[in-house]
Design a binder for this molecule. Structure first.
Ligand code: PAN
Ligand code: ZN
Length: 196
């Protein structure tokens, strides 16, 4: 099939992406993420006074004629209780094809990774670094800095997103704000996917 795209060049900043015609702009507010943050009391308290924008992303529409999907994500700086703002995270539905590249433009944080064999990893995110997510690994980005965390993602268009597994089981690691900065702790509510 002939690609819907002609050759293009794109400056990697939010304003370029947000001005693209037909861009899909998704905003995730705290209220869109029930059950994602571990301190449900903090979630309830925040929601009584505010419904903060946790993250947003801009995805270049792809009608299936191009093999590659491209998006830019911005995660705001902040915490819910002691847990840093983060994306929902997901597996790719077609796990045998679902690899991905993240390229960080700005900010500091972590990417949490896990696969269905129970393996897990945590990588530090920082600007001008590229991150490779292998096939079968769920991924979630977390902003632990004082400013926005921004990154570009590239993945095979056909692979789809499985959010349900994360809603049911979570990630084994949480990134929380401690007295000496961010720390990685175990998620007491994590369910291994083999047992779901
Ligand atoms: C990214 C993510 C984006 C938003 O483009 O979709 O950062 O995170 P959630 O999809 O977890 O809400 C990606 O990993 N695409 O496959
Ligand atoms: Zn992905």
């Amino acid at each position: 099939m002939k690609s819907m795209f002609t050759p293009f060049q794109l400056k990697l900043d939010v304003s370029t992406f947000s001005e693209l015609q037909l861009i899909q702009h998704v905003k995730r507010y705290l209220g869109d993420m029930p059950g994602y943050f571990h301190d449900q009391q903090a979630v309830a308290t925040l929601l009584t006074k505010d419904n903060p924008l946790i993250y947003e992303y801009w995805e270049i529409p792809n009608d299936g004629s191009s093999l590659i999907s491209i998006s830019m994500t911005r995660i705001a700086a902040g915490v819910v209780g002691d847990e840093y703002f983060m994306t929902k995270g997901h597996f790719h539905t077609l796990e045998e094809d679902g690899e991905e590249i993240y390229f960080v433009l700005q900010g500091l944080g972590y990417v949490l990774l896990q696969n269905r064999d129970g393996e897990r990893q945590t990588l530090n995110l920082s600007p001008e670094n590229l991150y490779y997510v292998p096939k079968g690994w769920a991924h979630r980005a977390v902003n632990c800095g004082e400013e926005d965390l921004k990154f570009v993602s590239l993945w095979p268009n056909s692979v789809g997103h499985d959010y349900k597994s994360i809603e049911l089981g979570g990630f084994p690691q949480l990134i929380v704000k401690g007295t000496h900065g961010p720390s990685v702790i175990q998620n007491g509510h994590y369910h291994s996917y083999q047992t779901l």
